[in-house]
Design a protein around this ligand. Structure first.
Ligand code: SAM
Length: 327
């Protein structure tokens, strides 16, 4: 028997799966770069700046011995940062098979062309899976609870439907201990929507990125309809080329509260840089990473266009309600 509502639900589920696959295939296909390729990237300073932001977040909110859950861990680009924070245990999950394979290779220390380094000091478990589709509490029953959960440049991939956005937050909440911290970075919807308003049509960008909204997008619909599933295509030179979804931060904040996750702070990347560059230890870290050059004449620095891309992102910290049961 014909069932229009059932059909619509089926079509929505199918298209959600197709888009999740598109995202996974895109990241899976991105091969590891040689050091030389990386240094020649048109967004090398942006990558370094983003590494600095993630390092600051990790240093601020991680304590020695912490158990860490890294949602959408990618190729394990943050493993070294966690090692420096002297964590005790690490679980990384990513939907892209290729990225988890690279992450495993990096963790095991072989064929790592980025650096010859000693083994990581913490034990790790690396899993390929969709963090926004499935309940992770059963999968990670023996690993939880975690002291810190991190989701870097990936939370917005959960915003394709309300069910996925909820599953993402339910997973974080179920796996963090009371008082545990959720740190992350994602696109800043306020900035993206402001830029869209200023644009002539549905596309805007600069020499290193562009964002294109779907034809059916309209400001009126945006204001009146569901805050989930607002899709755009994001292209960032030498990094990203896939569908993404707007995450209105006030909705994210109130949905997170439903899952006992309270906002500690949210800052646009520009504000984050200005704030933490007041602290000498982070200025020194920035100098070591080379994101802003090192003051030396022949060392190039972040371009205006890269700085504009940084403005598209924000950093957030949430805390799981409840009293920590350790001091
Ligand atoms: N967190 C890593 C970092 O900061 O280097 C990777 C960031 S990359 C921009 C986004 C990552 O999100 C990709 O590795 C992608 O495969 C992952 N991802 C996207 N959707 C996902 C999902 N549903 N479940 C798990 N990982 C997902």
């Amino acid at each position: 028997k014909h069932n229009p509502e059932g059909d619509a639900q089926f079509l929505e589920d199918e298209s959600t799966k197709i888009f999740a696959r598109k995202v996974a295939d895109h990241y899976s296909a991105r091969t590891n770069q040689t050091l030389e390729e990386r240094e020649n990237s048109p967004i090398i300073h942006l990558k370094k700046l983003n590494n600095w932001i993630k390092s600051v977040l990790i240093q601020l909110y991680t304590r020695r011995g912490d158990a860490v859950l890294d949602l959408a861990c990618g190729k394990g680009g943050d493993l070294i940062k966690w090692d420096k924070a002297k964590i005790g245990y690490y679980v990384g999950i990513d939907i892209a098979e290729g990225s988890i394979e690279d992450c495993r290779t990096r963790y095991n220390g072989d064929a790592d062309h980025h650096q010859r380094r000693k083994r990581f000091t913490f034990p790790a478990r690396l899993i390929c899976g969709d963090c926004y589709e499935i309940r992770l509490d059963k999968v990670l029953e023996d690993d939880a609870p975690f002291d810190v959960c991190s989701c870097q440049f990936a939370m917005h991939y959960s915003w394709s439907t309300e069910a996925r956005a909820r599953q993402a937050l339910a997973n974080v909440s179920a796996l963090l201990r009371p008082g545990g911290t959720f740190i992350g970075t994602m696109p800043d919807a306020n900035v993206i929507v402001k830029k869209l308003r200023e644009a002539e049509g549905l596309v805007f960008g600069n020499s290193v990125y562009w964002i294109r909204f779907d034809e059916e997008f309209s400001e009126k619909k945006f204001k009146s309809s569901s805050p989930f599933g607002i899709k755009y295509k994001f292209h960032l030179e030498d990094a990203v080329d896939c569908p993404e979804w707007i995450v209105p931060f006030h909705v994210f904040k109130s949905l997170a509260e439903e899952y006992d996750l309270e906002l500690v702070f949210v800052k646009n990347s520009h504000e984050f840089v200005h704030e933490y560059m007041k602290k000498p230890e982070y200025v020194e870290l920035m100098r070591r990473l080379g994101a802003l050059g090192d003051g030396n004449q022949d060392q190039s620095t972040l371009s205006q266009d890269e700085w504009e891309v940084a403005y598209l992102y924000l950093a957030f910290v949430l805390r799981k309600r409840g009293q920590p049961d350790r001091t």
